[in-house]
Design a binder for this molecule. Structure first.
Ligand SMILES: Cc1cc2nc3c(=O)[nH]c(=O)nc-3n(C[C@H](O)[C@H](O)[C@H](O)COP(=O)(O)O)c2cc1C
Length: 183
């Protein structure tokens, strides 16, 4: 029997969403799915796939134009098939109710802007990738972290991603696609 095919489409400015997409790819592959994992600029239309996962990070309180455009361009197809969204941010590194509501509001803003209605939504903490920033971005993030009480050691990166949560999300996506295929 053919393995059900799944498309993972993501946009990553500094690499953490790419790492998370790659972990999803590995888990979905181990779950028996035939996975295509690509950035928004290389991704095909969702046509012909049994399911789609789209992922994006937050910068300056916004989802990326690239992921928003991909979702808006394919929203009818996405809403008619098993589809999941994951969001990566530093807001989600803080487990307060206020931060959860802030990250959730940014998901809602993306869904309102595009009309997307995903079956599953994951919100993951990203990374403070000081060594991967240019000097301007490093200075800006250092200032923000000093103000907000975050990590200020710019000599290394600080990763907050809960990999067990990422893998749990991948298992949920695999189960959802499998159950939708039995309809
Ligand atoms: C310039 C800049 C602005 C950011 N703005 C926000 C923000 O407004 N809210 C937030 O929760 N995280 C913010 N972040 C954190 C990113 O979402 C986090 O670093 C994430 O891991 C980036 O994912 P990426 O490497 O896939 O782009 C910002 C990061 C940078 C570098």
């Amino acid at each position: 029997m053919d393995r059900p095919s799944i498309l993972v489409v993501y946009h990553s400015a500094e690499g953490q969403t790419a790492r998370i997409a790659d972990r999803l790819r590995a888990v979905l592959d181990a779950e028996g799915l035939d996975v295509t994992c690509l950035t928004t600029d290389a991704a095909p239309s969702p046509d012909g796939f049994a399911g789609v996962v789209v992922g994006d990070s937050i910068h300056a309180g916004e989802h990326s134009k690239q992921l928003t455009a991909y979702v808006a361009d394919h929203v009818e197809r996405l809403n008619a098939m098993p589809a999941a969204l994951f969001q990566v941010s530093l807001t989600s590194a803080d487990d307060s109710a206020e931060s959860a509501s802030e990250a959730g509001a940014l998901v809602t803003k993306l869904l309102d802007a595009t009309g997307f209605d995903p079956d599953l939504v994951g919100r993951f903490a990203g990374a403070l990738a000081y060594t991967r920033y240019g000097w301007m971005k490093r200075r800006l993030m250092h200032q923000i972290m000093r103000r907000e009480g975050g990590e200020t050691d710019t000599s290394r990166d600080h990763e907050y991603t809960d990999w067990d949560a990422v893998e749990g999300f991948a298992h949920d996506v695999a189960s959802y696609v499998a159950s939708a295929g039995q309809d």
